[in-house]
Design a binder for this molecule. Structure first.
Ligand code: COA
Length: 521
């Protein structure tokens, strides 16, 4: 290892030397933005909604889930800073909550955001929620209140493989996999949206509010000349007593949710994979101390051991190959009693650390231990010496191991996520079961300065200030979360609880045997 490498993995002091003031600003911005995206549509739309005696999407969820148990909301920042911020949370709330003690995946349209209609990010979020449900055998509850496709965006949301049609395709797959699905129709269910309740196992509809129809009254009039009201065409009374499309008629939102909870109580329990659970022990250090180890200056190394100490039970980390390939930290720990394997970056990946990572992933698969990837990675080491030693071959081993790993894996971006390091550390393309980011984290093919330097070297142009700014803007956690490249930005202090819930859910996955391809030696 050369001097540059040694310097880059210097440990930090026990107190941490992150820029505390700087990080307070990061967290203040995070809280303010989270409040904004969680505050539903315009005050006028909220007033209109309430005036109809309806609850807001998040209030409906609060009523549905078991009291005192936190709801893990996913991708709250979807569509943030896009569409003039007219679609907070992309007009849909998704997440995992306990209903009658059962882990359920909840999807709730927010009718105060453009009538709960679907833009690209709304669809991505709905489909991602269903993917999580399918993989982790989670019953789905759809709180439906939507005008279907947001018509001005139809070309972005209608025809392609993962567009609106995929929602109903996924409902069929979930149903065939024996995963229960319930719809609570609390507002409009128009056109394709009508299939959400029609494809569920059981459907509840709210009297005077819920409607289900393939074509609404204006379309019917235009197509056939028939004049009919929404209630006559597809209201609660019609669907529970004439068509049979819905099964239960509720007088309001509250009663509909009560009926839904009773239905969930009839679901069978899911058999979790057998792991050696231990009693939960708190970490030996306060979670608030995490802030002091973080900085917006991603050039400063992050003491990944200090982060691990503040996440895992008793701060007990059984390190594997402590003295080898030191730019990567690997080892076993417990998170609220669940055994996990942790892979965390201390600096860029070297041949040794890539081989160590691949070895560790095999161990976790052999022992059926779920994995946590802590990403803070600038990429693989570069230079003639390393290319000659075959860094590409060793990097490939790690990528093979990550791609074919079958134990549950969760990725948390605690700093930077750049270049091929993103792939090797279970980036989105490697299908981690969940991927979360901390608010200051960044993700891009490389930093803006580096990209500008590359283009300058290959003679494209001089130092390009616009490119640097572009990369800065496009690499923030908010930019990522807005486009659903992750499952949400989370507060470092809440990370332990969120990871524990996410790992618990992944234990619903059946045990599989890992099979790897050709590792170039
Ligand atoms: N596409 C684009 N915008 C839509 C929309 C759609 N499908 N449905 C509603 N909107 C917009 C409205 O223009 C309005 O926008 P604004 O807030 O900028 O004024 C907002 O969503 C709320 O709609 P509004 O009609 O005022 O609310 P509502 O609660 O009284 O009714 C619906 C909501 C969804 C029942 C009603 O708007 C509707 O029937 N929309 C058409 C549904 C449809 O035919 N969809 C077919 C597409 S698959």
């Amino acid at each position: 290892m050369d001097k540059a490498q040694q310097n880059s993995i210097q440990y930090r002091s026990a107190q941490g030397d992150g820029d505390v003031v700087d990080f307070q600003k990061v967290m203040a911005d995070f809280r303010e933005r989270l409040k904004f995206v969680s505050s539903h549509g315009s005050p006028k739309a909220v007033e209109k909604h309430r005036g109809r005696g309806k609850l807001l999407a998040r209030e409906r969820i609060d009523l549905l889930i078991d009291p005192q148990i936190p709801f893990l909301e996913l991708s709250s920042f979807a569509a943030f800073d896009q569409y003039d911020n007219a679609f907070p949370s992309a007009g849909i709330v998704t997440g995992i909550g306990l209903v009658q003690g059962r882990e359920c995946l909840l999807v709730a349209n927010d009718a105060t955001v453009k009538g709960g209609t679907y833009i690209r990010e709304t669809i991505k979020k709905h489909i991602r929620a269903q993917e999580i449900a399918l993989k982790n055998h989670l019953p789905c509850i759809y709180l439906v209140d939507s005008g279907g496709i947001y018509l001005p965006e139809q070309a972005q949301v209608f025809p392609d493989r993962f567009d609106f049609g995929r929602v109903f395709f996924n409902q069929s797959k979930l149903s065939a996999a024996g995963i229960p699905q319930v719809a609570v129709v609390m507002g409009s269910c128009t056109a394709g949206g009508a299939y959400v309740p029609a494809m569920c196992d059981e459907t509840i509809i709210v009297e005077g509010q819920g409607t289900i129809f393939i074509g609404g009254p204006p379309l019917v009039k235009a197509a056939t000349g028939e004049v009919v009201t929404a209630e006559e065409l597809g209201g609660g009374e019609v669907h529970t007593s004439v068509s049979g499309v819905a099964d239960h008629l509720a007088k309001d939102d509250v009663e509909a949710i009560e009926i839904c909870r009773k239905i969930v109580a009839t679901f069978p329990n899911v058999q979790k994979r057998a792991v050696q659970l231990c009693p939960t022990e708190k970490p030996n250090h306060e979670a608030e101390e995490l802030y002091s180890y973080l900085s917006t200056d991603l050039k400063k190394p992050i003491d990944v051991r200090a982060i691990i100490d503040r996440l895992v039970d008793s701060s007990d980390f059984q390190e594997f190959k402590e003295n080898y390939g030191k730019t990567l930290v690997t080892g076993f720990a417990r998170l609220k009693g669940i055994p996990i394997g942790i892979i965390g970056n201390r600096s860029f990946l070297t041949a040794e650390s890539a081989r160590k990572g691949a070895h560790f992933i095999q161990l976790c698969n052999q022992r059926q231990i779920p994995m946590l990837f802590l990403q803070n990675i600038t990429g693989f080491v570069v230079g003639k010496k390393y290319e000659h030693e075959g860094i590409a071959r060793d990097g490939a081993k790690l990528i093979h191991a990550v791609a074919n790993s079958v134990v549950p894996k969760i990725t948390l971006v605690i700093g930077g996520s750049f270049g091929a390091g993103n792939y090797a550390m279970a980036g989105r393309a490697y299908e981690p079961d969940f991927l979360f980011m901390w608010p200051h984290a960044r993700i891009a093919v490389m930093g803006g300065e580096q990209a500008s330097g590359v283009l300058q070297t290959i003679g494209q142009n001089g130092r390009n200030a616009n490119l640097v700014t572009q990369f800065e803007e496009e690499s923030t956690a908010y930019y990522s979360s807005s486009r659903l490249w992750d499952d949400g930005i989370i507060d470092p202090v809440e990370t332990r609880d969120i990871l524990a819930l996410a790992f618990t859910v992944t234990l619903n996955q059946p045990v599989q045997e890992a099979r790897y391809g050709v590792f170039r030696m």
